[in-house]
Design a protein around this ligand. Structure first.
Ligand code: IFM
Length: 462
């Protein structure tokens, strides 16, 4: 066990300097989608497609954060957040993917200054699902040119903000952008085209590499990396596990951290032209050394190829992964998203990433749960389920530390209730309740719980 492991194993105290934060993303909270030179993103366009979003919801006004950011930073301060992770809207910064739009950048400038004035460190994600629609119209991530446009966006952002932002992620969850956006089509742009989906995966990774170069140039002192949604894939059938683990995890981690695509995944994706996409020099760029890896964890994947009554496919049908099914646990509690609550698998994820890619510091950059929160007669939101979720997952993160994982911090998803993509506003993940009629913010009881953990740097009662 490492020295760190021994120190934390003594009690549920977190290491000194452990980073406590909360995350959001531009499209999910900002609103104000037509002001100060912002143009449409792929999500604005997708929201207009009949039936794409539950309840016909759109990204405006969302949580009106664009106008209420000062109030939101004050809430972060009340919570004691050390770091706030947010994303930049590309279509504010370089509308239509074209020229830099200073008024769009000014918003992030104001936000960053407000955070710093309140003693909160900013962590910027460059890309969290919202591509300028003009680039989408040219093929989006299925078009290699988009990766080079991304480099221009990264350059503009880092040039302007790199002096004040100490933590950067190039991309958030490229798996979702590629496979939900261009494969199953449940995310923008809503395409169902396997070849476009695998092309998007490679071009997103290329964009990450090109973006890293810009961050190194314009924010040399910052810690920079990428955020991936990772899943511990387990089950009785090794072939099922291999396939899903390859597609969900190793397809993204191996090129970034080892400089190569996994052979078995290349073989799985060969019928969709994946091999031909990769040009000389691409993997060198994609494996530009990163300073940390962000891990987003929500649920595990217990899978098999055996028929399981009532289970869903664990992967896209079009690569033969649809034959792999989830093995549901009928006794596991579920969140309002229908996801099983599996805190122990957060430990498994962190331990296996640390084992397979040993030298990379980790952050849990997202972990959280939607529940149907109810405001009681006193105006209180007693979100006991979320408190239990948070407590259990923090214990799981702590268990990973005790097993020697170099885990540097934890970010709850999300600070505010927000636009949960195809689910619209119906799913509430926030520590802070947002009344979308009045935009009134109310701290839920989970926010008080989290504030106490942060203040003590420890789990309560210990
Ligand atoms: O809301 C999303 C977020 O945008 C990306 N990670 C998962 C969250 C919950 O689904």
């Amino acid at each position: 066990m490492s020295v760190l492991g021994e120190r934390v194993a003594a009690g549920l105290k977190f290491p000194t300097g452990f980073v406590w934060g909360a995350s959001t993303a531009a499209f999910q909270i900002e609103g104000s989608t037509t002001v100060d030179g912002r143009t449409d993103s792929s999500w604005d366009a997708f929201c207009r497609r009949p039936g794409a979003i539950a309840g016909g919801d759109t990204g405006d006004p969302a949580a009106d954060h664009y106008r209420r950011y000062r109030e939101d930073v004050a809430l972060m301060r009340e919570l004691g957040l050390g770091t706030y992770r947010f994303s930049l809207a590309w279509s504010r910064v370089r509308p239509d993917g074209g020229k830099v739009n200073p008024p769009g950048l000014d918003f992030y400038d104001r936000l960053v200054d407000e955070l710093l004035a309140n003693g909160i460190r900013p962590w910027a994600t460059l890309y969290h699902f919202d591509l300028p629609q003009a680039l989408e119209a040219d093929g989006g991530w299925a078009n290699r040119d988009t990766a080079y446009h991304f480099a221009g966006f990264a350059e503009a952002a880092a040039e302007r903000l790199g002096d004040r932002i100490p933590l950067w992620s190039t991309l958030n969850e490229p798996w979702c952008s590629a496979f939900l956006g261009y494969g199953s089509g449940v995310h923008a742009p809503g395409r169902q085209d396997p070849e476009a989906a695998v092309a998007a995966a490679h071009h997103l990774l290329l964009a990450h590499g090109l973006g890293m170069a810009e961050l190194r140039r314009h924010a040399p002192a910052a810690e920079s990396g990428i955020t991936l949604n990772l899943y511990p894939v387990q089950g009785p059938d090794p072939e099922a596990v291999r396939k899903i683990d390859g597609l969900m995890n190793r397809l993204f981690m191996d090129p970034v951290l080892l400089g190569r695509y996994p052979e078995d995944v290349l073989a799985d994706l060969a019928p969709f032209g994946f091999g031909e996409l990769v040009r000389d020099g691409d993997l060198g760029l994609i494996s530009t050394p990163i300073d940390m890896l962000g891990v987003n964890y929500y649920r595990g994947y217990e899978v098999t190829r055996e028929p399981v009554p009532g289970s869903e496919p664990a992967g896209p049908e079009w690569i033969g992964a649809g034959e792999v099914r989830f093995i549901p646990d009928p006794d596991a509690p579920r969140t309002d998203s229908g996801w099983q609550v599996e805190p122990g698998k957060l430990t498994d994820t962190l331990v296996s990433v640390h084992r397979d890619y040993p030298h990379i510091p980790l952050y849990v950059t997202e972990n959280g749960a939607a529940y149907p929160d109810v405001t009681d007669a006193d105006g209180q939101i007693a979100d006991k389920d979320r408190i239990a979720f948070l407590d259990a997952h923090l214990r799981a993160a702590h268990a990973a530390l005790a097993r020697g994982v170099d885990l540097r911090g934890y970010f709850y998803w999300s600070l505010l209730d927000n636009f949960e993509w195809a689910e619209g506003y119906a799913k509430r993940f926030g520590l802070v309740h947002v009344d979308y009629e009045t935009q009134r913010r109310t701290l839920k009881q989970s926010a008080d719980f989290y504030a106490k953990v942060i203040a003590a740097n420890a789990l309560p009662g210990l």
